[in-house]
Every structure is written in structure tokens, then in C-alpha cells.
Design a protein. Sequence first.
Lengths: 341, 341
Amino acid sequence: MARMTRRIVLAAPIEGAPKRADFRLEETALPDALREGQALVRTLYASADPGTRSRLSAGASYAPPLKPGETIDGFCVGEVTESANPRFAPGDLVALGGGWAEHVLFSGRGYMQKIPHRRVPLSAWIGALGVPGMTAWFGLKRVAEMKPGARVLVTSAAGPVGATAGQVAKAWGAERVVGVAGGAEKCAWLRDVGFDAAIDYKAEADLGAALKAASPEGYDIVFDNVGPAMLDAAIPLTRMNARVVISGQVADYNTPAGAAPGLHTTRYFIANRLRMEGLVVFDDLRGFAEAQDALCALIESGAVQTREVRSAGLESLPNAFIGLFNGQDFGRRIAAIGAEP
Amino acid sequence: MARMTRRIVLAAPIEGAPKRADFRLEETALPDALREGQALVRTLYASADPGTRSRLSAGASYAPPLKPGETIDGFCVGEVTESANPRFAPGDLVALGGGWAEHVLFSGRGYMQKIPHRRVPLSAWIGALGVPGMTAWFGLKRVAEMKPGARVLVTSAAGPVGATAGQVAKAWGAERVVGVAGGAEKCAWLRDVGFDAAIDYKAEADLGAALKAASPEGYDIVFDNVGPAMLDAAIPLTRMNARVVISGQVADYNTPAGAAPGLHTTRYFIANRLRMEGLVVFDDLRGFAEAQDALCALIESGAVQTREVRSAGLESLPNAFIGLFNGQDFGRRIAAIGAEP
């Protein structure tokens, strides 16, 4: 009798904003025995990630699209229950990109890391210590080459990447950290956690003027998670040799190619010697352990605060994902799926 | 009795495409005696540069605008006739950013370099060996960090920057160099001088498809002189870790901010780890002499060919400049102003 598990798959390629019917819960069989290198992981927590959106449309042009019937992407914290991989043993706590499933069969290749301690809540390993936090860290460190005294602008600043980026920048000696977010509640939270200024873009008739007022001497770093409209407001305010980090382009994800507003400020790249660069944080995998140690210390000291929106059960993930795009809540979307050991 | 010279000044800030009435020829007095550091230069050749356009409109946002009555920017080859500067002596041949004038008073500061030999025509020192050629050189070398085997796309490829960039890339071992230009004549010339393929964007219904056909494996370097519409066709074809060099954005110069098409392909920056960076070549001034030596050898060997559109007299410069934007001719616009010694 086959062992069964449950997972959530793509029902059909998505157009526009995601909706509940785009997702389907199904039962699938787990293998009776593991092949060499494999490990079986029981999921404790799984995340809903905005970056997943780009893989859910047919012909999505920048990452291979998911096919109907494939498990939806998501990061997981789990417990190894069986292992045919010498790096992992039953009982190990791990973080991996396992997807929306109650059990994940790790192939032996790709990202799965052991969680070395329980000094912070386990779900942090798919939040501030996971891909969002590492994206913030290496976006600032490797791509922006941030130096103390920098003036830093972060868009989508109340999200897990942006909030970590802004607080880490402060911890590294930024002269000024300004966040852009949608809504008064998000902005109040950003100020609470140490942003020097927070701008509610929905309340500003002239975003450029608000950005300028928040940092009259301009910006050395623009850490962007949104897209061209936000960049167009920020780029004219960049200082010489500024860096623009393209971490996410969430404004684009639900929009057909070409329909979103474009970037009109490329001319500034010349006079201001701007460099704009995208990152995929798995390029920095070898630096994760050291970065996680340092960031964990910042979390323990309170210098970096995190916010989670937690839901219960695998079935809660589609709505958590849909909620990412309506902007009503904010923080890392985590579903608690299995009991912690 | 004051010594007089002639120069061309901005009559009034320009809107849209430049026209003859935007420029005014006037006589001005030269000083009777030079102050320490100054040198007086008799202009032999002066250039009309597309980059100048951005300074001729009121409120031009990316470089300080010229005021009415100020001399129009341009590069000059000249002969030093008087000097109170220990670095220059009467009889020296020099290249500098002197503007459209029959005599230029060099202040002692900023860019003026001695021309070390006459192995190539003097006008090359404000062409392939001047700012256009140095922009091509350092755009490829410092910004794009070009390596042998690279696949290179150059836009506005028949212009002095683009033509030099493409030919230098070939000389440095590019696997494939593709140029985009407007018109069959320009494309024929590009193929003549060694581009592997030349695409007439005016004749292509689907520029992206033409770019893909010209280099099916994509592009490691996009050397752009045009602007977002061209970039949007090229960016989806970039290879992993590709570099986009923003050397000029000529499509923008005659267009009010925001009216030109925007860049819609910022999402590719993430998955392809793109880096887009602008350059102002004066940052590389210390490397000019070495680069000019190497580029001069490429010109002498025929590996880099140049094309000039030459006119006679200071008065010819406004029309030469206007002609830059109607795309009917191509090559470096040079006015011969004084006789070579």
C-alpha cells in the first residue's frame, strides 16, 4: 500500500491576478524506498512567495513556467524523516525549496540546508534567514557594495526582502534609510523598526517630491522590488555612482509583457554613472552560512525585526499567495503545516 | 584694439529637433594677455556631437543646461598659439573640449591633451582616438569587461562610438558582433568594416526576431547608444551575466521627459543577472594615452576603420549638428576650421 501525501498544484496557467481556482489540492504517492542522495522531509512551514507568480503564466519569459499539475513553488522548513543522503540524517531540521506539499522528496541536488540551531523561530529560516533575507543581504553587500554613510531607498519596504534590507542597511551604518510602502499601517511599522522615513506611495500625489524630501541629498542605493514606475521616481534622485538593485519586479508579475509602465529615466545612467543589476540569491549560496550567522545575531539583538502573516495548513497557501498581490496585509506569508518536533 | 574671434552660441533653449535659428554666430574679444595656466588654441577641427543636445534645452535634467549666449559644446583639435601653462608650448597640437569657436582659451583645468604624433589624420583625435572612440573602448573594457568569445550587439552602430565599439570588439576576439543602424547604406558599410551582421531597424517589422536570427545564442554585451525601445528588443536576448552599456540615449534627446517609449524588460535583470551601467568617459582619462596607442595601431592596421562627414568652416557646424538627428548621413561630423600647420 503506497504512502500518500498532499500537495498543491497549478490547475491551469494563470492570467492576471491569481485566484483560488488556479490551484488544486491533490494526493500523490511517496516512493517506498529512497534512491541514493534522496531525503524525505516532513514539512513544518511553507511560504507563499511573490516571485512564484512569474512561473505561473504560460510563456512567462524570465523563468521556465510551471506546467499544470506541477507543485507550486515555495520554501519549506522541515524535518528529515528518512535519508539516503550522507549530508542529512533523520531528525535534522532543514530549509529547502520544496514547494507546497506536506512531504518533500529532496533529490540530493539543489538547495537544502541544515538548520544549525533553534535560537530564533524555525520559520525565520524561510524568512529573514532564508531566501528573502539572503536576497536583502547579498543585494546590499555584493550588488550594491554598500558602505557606511550610504543613503538607501527601499521599495516594497514592508515586505520580507525590503524590511530586512532597510534594517540591515541601518545596522551597517547607513546615513539614511527610506522605505516606500502602500498604506499608513505599513509605514508606521517601518518607522517602528528603524527606517528614518517611510513614504506611503498611495497617499503621495508626487512620489518624486516625497522621495526627495525624505533624503534631500539623494540616494546612493535604490533597492527595488517593484518595477519601472517606482524606479522612474527614484532614479532622478540618485547620487553619483549609485547602485540600483533589482531584487524583484512585483508590479510586472500580473501584467502582460509591455502593458506595465516602462522605465523612462535611462538617460540618468550616463551622467550619474548608474549601475543597475539584478540578483538571484542562489548565486551566493556559499556565503549563506556566514550571512545567516551575522543576520541571526542582528535578529537576536533586536536590530532586525521580522513580521509574519501566519496561516494554518496546506490549504491556506493559495489564499496567502493571492493576498500578496492585493496589498492589504504585509510580512512574510507562512503556513504552519506540521507540528514542530 | 582687442583681438577678436568668432564662435557659435546658443540663441535660445531648444525644444524638439534643433534648427538653424537656435544658433547664433558672434564675435567675441580674446584677452590681451593670458593668466597663469591658460593657453590659447587656434582651432583646426571641431565636432558636432549628439550628446550636446541634452544641454541645449531648458531644464535638461541630466547635465547642466547651456545658457543662451554660451558657446555650443564640441571637441576641437587645435594648435597652441600662446601659453602660460607649463604643460603646453606654442606649436603643440592638442585635443580638447573647446566648443564651436575659431579660438579657444583653455583655462588650465579640465581635458586638454597633447597629440603625440601625426601617424593618423589629426581629426581622428576628436573621433576614433577622441571621446567617441574612448567611450567605445572603455565601455567595452571597463564597463562590459569584455572577454574573447563574447557575443556583442551594438546599436547606432554606424555612428562613431558604435562603429568603433563593434570593430574593437572584433579585434578583441568577439565571437559575433551585430550592429543595428537605420538604412541599407549604413548596414552595408558595417558589413564592409567587419561586423558579422548588420540590421536595418527601419526595414524590420520584428526587431527582436532579427536580433535573434543574427545571433541565435544571444548576446553577452549590449552596447547601447539609442534608448529603451532598442533595449527592450535586445534585453530578452541577453545571456546570463550579460552587460548592458549605456553610452548614449540619442532617442531621448529631442523628446520631452516621459514621452519616449519606456523600458519594459526590467524583469530580465533578475533571471539573467543583468548589469546595466552608464559611462562618462572622462572618468577614464588616466587610461586615455594607453588606449589611444592601442587603438591607433588598430587604425593603422586597418582593423578599425573610421568614417567622417566633413564640412568647411565654423558656420557649417549647426547644419552638421541638425543632420545628426535626421539620420540621413553617418559618421563623425567634423568641421575644418583652420589650416593644419
